[in-house]
Design a protein around this ligand. Structure first.
Ligand code: URC
Length: 290
């Protein structure tokens, strides 16, 4: 028996980067969390402690900030620039993964007008990307996290199996709420990323609101199908959807009825509905998800 080094990668995770772009008095904020992860010829550092092939994670962090000096642009492009840089400048680095989460800020209104330099953190979903580059080609993921949505009707759940442990009552009208985490895989290395993201987001929301749902699973598929139909450059989309249960409160002990108006919004446990929707002729994902 021999013991060998398996897969490994290393990098600087969660670099918090804020850039202010100024056009006269008017400012724009880009607020990112950037994670870098590199892999390659890293046997020596693990086996002998020789670090001559290890681009320090501190250098990786500095590179993120230095690259931001000349502008960030779309997060997908920023991630591509960084990933290509690490692989093309360091012989020992064979692959780079750069993940970015963009934290949204909304311009405040001050004195009834859009403020020049005042913002509030907005809560409507967080844009994400992850780029993997192997020296030859790049794989680009886009996505959204924490997009909390709710339908106050138009949702049913019934017809499920009943066994000795089943207490859930069948319903033809319920609240359906979730915090959408979706990650989609582009089949291209270049695109109008901003437009694709906006379209994906608008399509997701439209499908969520527009689907009369028999289950969150059905809504998941409807959202995925709509995104793939709307954006030819997206090959595959993966969802993680917590079912944010809203239970009708029993008001009978207080001598009151509850005609579907008062709910307890449960925190946990929650159903977790996960699934992938993809084109049957989708190109191979390569290392995109790994
Ligand atoms: O949309 C739903 N899917 C389920 O699988 C499920 N299971 C459950 O208890 N409630 C729900 N709702």
């Amino acid at each position: 028996m021999a013991i060998v080094l398996g897969d490994n990668r290393y990098g600087k995770a969660e670099n918090r980067l804020v850039r202010v772009d100024r056009e006269g008095d008017e400012h724009r904020i880009t607020d990112l969390t950037v994670s870098v992860s590199l892999s390659g010829d890293m046997s020596d550092t693990h086996l002998t402690g020789a670090n001559d092939k290890v681009l320090a994670t501190d250098t990786q962090k500095n590179t993120v900030f230095a690259f931001a000096r000349d502008g960030i642009g779309e997060i997908e492009d920023f991630a591509l620039r960084l990933a290509r840089h690490f692989v093309s400048t360091q012989e020992s680095i064979h692959a780079a993964r750069v993940g970015i989460v963009a934290h949204p800020w909304e311009r405040l209104r001050v004195g009834g007008r859009p403020a020049h330099h005042s913002f509030a953190r907005s809560g409507a979903g967080t844009r994400t990307t992850r780029v993997t580059y192997d020296g030859e080609r790049a794989w680009v993921l886009g996505g959204v996290e924490d997009l909390t949505v709710l339908n106050s009707t138009g949702s049913e759940f019934w017809g499920f199996p009943r066994d000795e442990y089943t207490t859930l009552v069948e319903v033809k009208d319920r609240i359906l709420a979730t915090a959408v985490s979706a990650t989609w895989r582009y089949s291209v290395e270049e695109a109008d990323w901003a437009h694709a993201h906006e379209t994906a987001l608008a399509t997701l929301l439209d499908a969520f609101g527009g689907t009369h749902s028999q289950s969150l699973q059905q809504t998941l598929y409807a959202m995925g199908q709509a995104v793939l139909e709307a954006i030819p450059e997206i090959a595959e989309i993966r969802f993680s959807l917590p079912n944010k249960h809203h239970f009708l409160v029993d008001l009978e002990p207080f001598g009151l009825d509850n005609p579907g108006e008062v709910f307890y919004a449960a925190d946990r446990p929650y159903g977790l509905i996960e699934g992938t929707v993809l084109r049957d002729d989708a190109p191979p994902a390569g290392p995109a998800w790994s």
